[in-house]
Design a protein around this ligand. Structure first.
Ligand code: C2E
Ligand code: MG
Ligand code: MG
Length: 705
């Protein structure tokens, strides 16, 4: 368009210029012809005569009278005639031999007001000067008042061909033409520049307006590419290509949103997922490197959540998790970045919590909110939240450590009895590290079968005969001797290693019992302790059966001891079912440490136990304190009334042993008779017990009476 405009203007201008040039040329030829005719007609007089060249054009005027050139009427007539004929100016110049300049003598122009005045003299700088001094005419452009005009300059010669002057005939406006031409050129250029500028300006404005949506959409696309989700894609309402493009971007945004949700959002709770959590944590740690930013990292989970899944199914479990997430979000507020990283593990980042005081307040609030029951399908479900808190960057500077230390704090909170939240600290770290070391060593000990069993006799106080043996696990250690079970059984239970350990003990005890049976040693039964986790295993009863069969041991030779802790995480019905399965196999069942935990007398009569092991606390020093003795007696009586075999644990003294005998316990187990000993020492031990008993029998008989 720009080029067309310029071409059009240029063509029009060119046409105008050509027309003017043509007009001007015609005018000049006409004026020159008329001037020449005037010279030839008036140039032949008594004063001078014109000479002409071969074409008939005047070439000089020759003075016929040998005189100086001076103004006179004939010359005036000549230049007047020339002036009249060519509609221009004519002037007469006289040669001055003293100054070597042609000085103007006369002119047809006498008006001084703005008219064209020929130069007062023609000096050597004049283009015609060289021709004229040699007596030759000059036809060409001459300067006139700073402009250029076409002129005839005809020399006036004396008889002896000496120059006397010049007749100058103004033919045309050379300069005007050039002026017009240049003005026209200027106009064309200006117009072109103006058009270009206008086109650029209007085009720019137009393009700006037209490209604005494209720019905005490009910005939106860039945001998308940077992983940011734009609030809204503009121009989706337009019905043109821009609208199509916007719709396309909107679809990409939706897709990105969906992908983002899949990649970073937990589908069950709508909290962040594991990937979101680690990204946020890494970001927080990076920011914390500035020195001005701090955050607290909170790990939260529920003790025994698997029980909810087991009891109510995963769907209900998921609904609990969703409601729990809502409560967690309420407790920790909008600045918290919450993620669920696995089953019931929530991780929360609280930015700008340098001292951890916000975390503590929120943790208390979360515990309060989460311990309120969840009502799902008209069922009240309760969870037990536990929280571990680490402070960033004080406690950790990298993602792995941060995650680990918050996890350690949670682990400590889960292990602690009353405390439901725990801050990570150096002593806590040490404790947990020790536990972890113990776990590693225990794992290795199990693998290399370092663990051995000792057996503690259970003696009938009436007959002083052996009724059974309790298998107690021992961990021999080069430096520490035997590591007591109280040091490693809790760790084995926490880590799940107890399953492996329990099976190992069961195998070893059955193997030994089968050996004794083969040797004809009547040991009564072998009692094996079963931890709650082991007991809850769905395959537990089958395992027991398999082990008995493997070692060819009659089932009634095995007694399984469970403590009241099996009721902590398992419903009574569930315990009942497992016990029934075991009962069917034919093994004996004993309730260990009775009275030490939360004892419920109701389940005691409903569950198929054959034996009640009264906790050591009841017999300890009971022979010294009457009330304690009564309590012990009452428990023995209670067990008896339920038809259970009663065994008193931990009789350390003769008095305690005698008391158990007096109150009618079926068996007594304790240091008084013997501690747990290796199988190899057992027969010697039993011999010692028999000797001891026979020396004391009379005394006990007397006390019983
Ligand atoms: P428990 O099943 O109640 O075992 C009896 C504990 O009392 C044994 O401790 C035994 O050495 C101790 N004891 C026996 N007589 C006396 C006494 O007269 N006075 C005192 N003060 N203590 C006496 P031990 O061997 O240290 O075992 C402690 C606990 O560790 C056991 O208590 C049992 O709960 C657990 N445990 C031991 N071996 C195993 C095992 O193989 N599997 C499982 N799951 N737990 C085991
Ligand atoms: Mg026991
Ligand atoms: Mg016990």
């Amino acid at each position: 368009m720009v080029l067309c405009s310029i071409s059009l203007v240029s063509s029009l201008s060119y046409l105008e210029l050509s027309r003017e040039t043509e007009d001007s040329t015609v005018t000049r030829i006409d004026r020159a012809a008329r001037a020449a005719a005037a010279i030839l007609e008036h140039g032949t007089s008594d004063l001078f005569q014109s000479t002409s060249d071969s074409d008939g054009n005047p070439s000089s005027l020759r003075l016929s009278v040998p005189t100086y050139l001076k103004s006179n009427s004939q010359l005036d007539q000549l230049i007047t005639a020339i002036g009249n004929s060519n509609d221009g100016a004519a002037s007469l110049y006289k040669w001055s031999s003293t100054t070597n300049v042609f000085d103007r003598l006369a002119t047809t122009f006498d008006d001084t007001e703005g008219s064209l005045h020929f130069e007062p003299s023609i000096d050597r700088n004049h283009p015609a000067f060289a021709n004229l001094v040699e007596g030759r005419p000059f036809i060409g452009n001459v300067p006139v008042q700073g402009r250029t005009r076409l002129a005839y300059l005809i020399p006036v010669l004396l008889e002896n061909n000496q120059i006397a002057g010049v007749v100058e005939v103004d033919v045309g406006d050379m300069d005007d033409l050039a002026l017009a031409k240049s003005r026209l050129q200027t106009r064309i250029v200006s117009a072109a520049i103006l058009i270009i500028a206008l086109v650029v300006l209007i085009g720019g404005l137009f393009l700006r307006r037209e490209f604005r949506p494209l720019r905005q959409l490009a910005k939106t696309a860039e945001e998308l590419a940077n992983g940011n989700q734009p609030d809204q894609v503009p121009y989706t309402g337009r019905q043109d290509e821009i609208g199509d493009l916007a719709h396309g971007l909107e679809r990409v945004t939706d897709l990105q949103d969906k992908l983002h949700k899949l990649a970073y959002i937990d589908q069950v709770t709508t909290a962040g997922n594991r990937a979101r959590y680690f990204a946020d944590l890494s970001d927080a740690l990076k920011r914390s490197k500035s020195g001005t930013f701090g955050a607290s990292l909170i790990h939260l989970d529920f003790n025994g959540f698997s029980k909810i899944n087991d009891t109510f199914g995963h769907q209900i479990g998921n609904r609990v998790l969703l409601q729990a997430y809502v409560r967690i979000a309420n407790a920790f507020g909008p600045s918290a970045q919450i993620a669920r990283i696995s089953s019931d593990d929530f991780c929360i980042l609280l930015p700008h919590d340098i001292e951890g005081s916000i975390a503590e307040t929120c943790a208390n609030r979360a515990i309060e909110l989460l311990t309120a029951p969840f009502n799902i399908n008209e069922t009240e479900i309760r969870v037990e939240p536990r929280i571990g808190i680490a402070l960033l960057p004080q406690d950790a500077q990298d993602v792995e450590t941060a995650h680990r230390v918050a996890g350690l704090a949670l682990r400590a909170a889960k292990e602690g009895d009353g405390l439901r939240y725990e801050f990570f600290s150096a002593p806590l770290n040490e404790r947990v590290q020790t536990d972890m070391l113990m776990e590693t060593l225990l794992r290795a000990a199990l693998k290399t079968r370092q663990l051995t069993l000792h057996y503690q006799p259970q003696i009938c106080p009436k007959t002083c005969s052996l009724t059974g043996l309790e298998a107690l696990v021992r961990w021999p250690n080069k430096n520490r001797g035997f590591i007591p079970p109280s040091d490693f059984i809790p760790i084995a239970e926490k880590t799940g290693l107890i399953l492996e350990l329990g099976q190992y003990v069961l195998e070893e005890a059955c193997k030994q019992a089968a050996k004794w049976t083969e040797q004809g040693f009547d040991f009564g039964h072998v009692s094996v302790n079963v931890s709650p986790l082991q007991f809850r295993q769905p395959s537990f009863a089958d395992r027991v059966k398999e082990t008995l069969e493997k070692h060819n041991l009659p089932a009634d030779r095995l007694c399984l001891e469970v403590t009241e802790n099996v009721f902590v995480d398992t419903s009574e019905q569930c315990v009942h079912d497992i016990l029934l399965k075991l009962q069917k196999i034919g093994v004996q069942l004993s309730l260990d440490d009775f009275g030490s935990g939360y004892s419920s007398l109701i389940y005691l009569h409903r569950l198929p136990f054959q034996e009640l092991k009264i906790d050591r606390a009841f017999i300890s020093e009971a022979d010294q304190a009457e009330q304690k003795a009564h309590l012990f007696q009452a428990i023995v009586g209670l067990g008896r009334s339920l038809g259970l075999r009663i065994i008193a644990e931990g009789a350390e003294t003769e008095g305690e042993f005698a008391l158990a005998a007096i109150y009618g316990c079926d068996s007594v187990q304790g240091f008084f008779c013997s501690p747990a000993v290796p199988a190899s020492q057992l027969r010697n031990r039993l011999e010692e017990i028999r000797k001891l008993a026979s020396s004391k029998t009379i005394a006990w008989e007397q006390r019983r009476a």
